[in-house]
Design a protein around this ligand. Structure first.
Ligand SMILES: *[C@@H]1O[C@H](CO)[C@@H](O)[C@H](O)[C@H]1NC(C)=O
Ligand SMILES: *[C@@H]1O[C@H](CO)[C@@H](O)[C@H](O)[C@H]1NC(C)=O
Ligand SMILES: *[C@@H]1O[C@H](CO)[C@@H](O)[C@H](O)[C@H]1NC(C)=O
Ligand SMILES: *[C@@H]1O[C@H](CO)[C@@H](O)[C@H](O)[C@H]1NC(C)=O
Ligand SMILES: *[C@@H]1O[C@H](CO)[C@@H](O)[C@H](O)[C@H]1NC(C)=O
Ligand SMILES: *[C@@H]1O[C@H](CO)[C@@H](O)[C@H](O)[C@H]1NC(C)=O
Ligand SMILES: *[C@@H]1O[C@H](CO)[C@@H](O)[C@H](O)[C@H]1NC(C)=O
Ligand SMILES: *[C@@H]1O[C@H](CO)[C@@H](O)[C@H](O)[C@H]1NC(C)=O
Length: 522
């Protein structure tokens, strides 16, 4: 383990925003109904050391859940899934890893929730901001519990309403400050200080405004998942409709070519100023590389918040097309907003065709980024949506021949961001750096595999690379298995737990004492 001061340096250098909140300072303003005691330890610190009881397995993994009075949201439905899984999992270390990761979002990241005002503020973990992408994933493993837990249902609905307000006003931004109604102070983001964004943003509402297409897709995923598990349409209020309107406009604007026929340079959004959060200055007046319209929708930055090389990200578009189809199906089923449904379905088809028609190279491998001029960047970046996660996203089947080729390519030296060490290997990205692959890439690969031996091997890699802490981290060095980034990263924990529940259904014999499937919510 890195010493504390080194960890702080690492935080400043690779985690993006430095953390402005001293231990518990924000909790002091916490509204009574969701307040946890000031005596609770800061989870940033708590997550860096091992806590008893330890598992009886070979790794003696620790129990990393905060003590009950320090948990930010309670759910008996969640507790039942944990005890059900613990009774079934054959490896005691895996049982503890599940028990730590499955409740991580609810235990540690619900900083504000008011069901009456229909507002919530969910942090990512170590970064005190609500990221659309993170929340789109932080709850993905919990939706099936909504029929059993009305309070959890109200929390998701409040999250949708809060994000609707953000998106309606700032569709190009991906990370936000607490709602003013919460009484929580906005956090200062060092990385946003010298940045100029067009259209301009207010830093009392916006924490960071890099335009990332998958942030919007993440919001669609939350909306349709809530509906699918409740049949409740009450979240489609004026805020939601305004957000959907902003999303449709953004999709339209970001599908245009850079050059018009009469050589005007088209720009709906640009990001300039000094370098921010690992992102170098953006060329061409903050617009990035020029693009030629072909049906794909552009993004300025990647899901890792790093600058795109080319602005059409294949996996962002894949996710967007899947989510737009879900939204159209939802609206049709609820027999409401027929025009929006038609528009969503039409964009979904255009984007899907464009992914299949324009992003495969001559070897049948998907490029991560393209520009519509024939420029292909063949690589993968670990953050979901990634190419590795195309089956997880629901874009294609795991046995699709192009996916199989792409996966073999990406888990090899042919991917510039694949790296291998003695104990850890996987796909990373420039966000941390090339020598630190991300556990998330292994989780995505498990979703992309039907091969028992491969799945077992990847699970083993994940289990043995938590730096003995029993939590899933952002990245792990290939040279030193205890050198990792982000001790408190809720989404990565949710994603791991979601994957284990998927295996509980489709491959129970691999992980359980008995070969009997376990289905959450049944
Ligand atoms: C591995 O990384 C940890 C945490 O950063 C550090 O304390 C330790 O000294 C490193 N080990 C080696 C052999 O470099
Ligand atoms: C969760 O339950 C514990 C008791 O088990 C309680 O002390 C705590 O206040 C509850 N947390 C919330 C946010 O309601
Ligand atoms: C907002 O921007 C102003 C002006 O740059 C700066 O002084 C202030 O610290 C910022 N506030 C936050 C919460 O970042
Ligand atoms: C930046 O974006 C704005 C629209 O928000 C546009 O009016 C302006 O021309 C763009 N500037 C550049 C340099 O592209
Ligand atoms: C939603 O409605 C469908 C019928 O359209 C029903 O089959 C399903 O059980 C309902 N789901 C919930 C969570 O109520
Ligand atoms: C794009 O894909 C669609 C559906 O796969 C197909 O019908 C269409 O002909 C393709 N267009 C081009 C230009 O290849
Ligand atoms: C892929 O799997 C599906 C079942 O999910 C099966 O029907 C199909 O034949 C398989 N395709 C190939 C190319 O193996
Ligand atoms: C990756 O990051 C580590 C830790 O900050 C640093 O020691 C190393 O030099 C970096 N490597 C590259 C290739 O940037």
């Amino acid at each position: 383990m890195r010493g504390l001061s080194a960890q702080a340096v690492l935080a400043a250098s690779i985690l993006g925003p430095s953390l402005p909140v001293p231990a518990n300072a924000a909790w002091a303003d916490y509204p009574a109904r969701s307040r946890i005691p000031d005596s609770c330890p800061d989870y940033n610190d708590y997550s860096k050391s091992r806590h008893e009881p330890f598992s009886s397995g070979a790794l003696a993994l620790p129990n990393m859940r905060p003590s009950p009075e320090c948990r930010t949201f309670n759910s008996s439905a969640v507790e039942k899934v944990i005890s059900d899984m613990q009774a079934r999992l054959k490896d005691p270390d895996m049982a503890v890893l599940f028990a730590n990761t499955f409740p991580s979002t609810l235990d540690t990241t619900v900083r504000y929730f008011d069901p009456d005002l229909n507002l919530a503020f969910i942090i990512t973990g170590d970064i005190t901001a609500q990221w659309l992408r993170d929340t789109g994933n932080q709850f993905a493993h919990l939706y099936r519990l909504l029929p059993q837990d009305k309070n959890l249902q109200a929390l998701i609905k409040a999250m949708i309403n809060t994000e609707s307000r953000y998106i309606a006003e700032y569709p190009y931004c991906g990370a936000f400050q607490p709602p003013p109604e919460s009484g929580l102070a906005p956090s200062h983001n060092d990385w946003a200080d010298n940045v100029r964004i067009n259209p301009p943003v207010d830093n009392q509402t916006v924490f960071e405004c890099k335009y990332e297409l998958d942030s919007l897709a993440g919001f669609l995923k939350i909306s349709r998942s809530y509906y699918a598990n409740t049949n409740d349409t009450s979240f489609m209020n004026d805020n939601w409709k305004a957000a959907m309107n902003s999303i449709m406009t953004t999709i339209h604007d970001q599908s245009q070519s850079t050059w018009t026929d009469d050589w005007r340079y088209v720009s709906y959004y640009n990001w300039t100023g000094t370098a921010g959060a690992l992102s170098p200055q953006v060329p061409n007046g903050g617009n990035g590389e020029p693009k030629m319209a072909n049906g794909l929708v552009a993004s300025s930055h990647r899901p890792s918040d790093d600058l795109c090389v080319f602005n059409f990200i294949t996996s962002d578009n894949a996710m967007m097309s899947v989510e737009l189809d879900h939204i159209a199906n939802m609206l049709d089923k609820a027999a409401t907003q027929a025009d929006l449904s038609k528009q969503a379905r039409s964009y979904a088809a255009t984007i899907r065709d464009a992914v299949w028609n324009t992003t495969l190279n001559l070897n049948g491998v998907f490029a991560y980024e393209t520009n519509g001029y024939g420029g292909y960047y063949v690589m993968d970046d670990a953050n979901v949506p990634s190419l590795m996660s195309l089956p997880y996203l629901g874009f294609l089947k795991r046995n699709d021949s192009n996916y199989v080729k792409t996966k073999n390519h990406l888990f090899s030296r042919l991917n510039p961001y694949y790296a291998e060490g003695k104990s850890f290997s996987g796909i990373g990205g420039p966000h941390v750096n090339a020598t630190y692959p991300w556990p998330m890439s292994q989780v995505s690969a498990i979703y992309g595999s039907d091969d028992d031996a491969e799945i077992a091997q990847r699970l083993d890699v994940l289990l043995k690379n938590t730096a003995g802490l029993g939590l899933i981290h952002e990245s792990v060095s290939i040279y030193n298995a205890t050198d990792y980034s982000r001790p408190w990263f809720a989404w990565a924990n949710s994603y791991f737990a979601e994957m284990l529940l998927d295996l509980a259904e489709r491959k129970p014999g691999l992980i359980f004492k008995e070969d009997t499937p376990y289905v959450v919510g049944q």
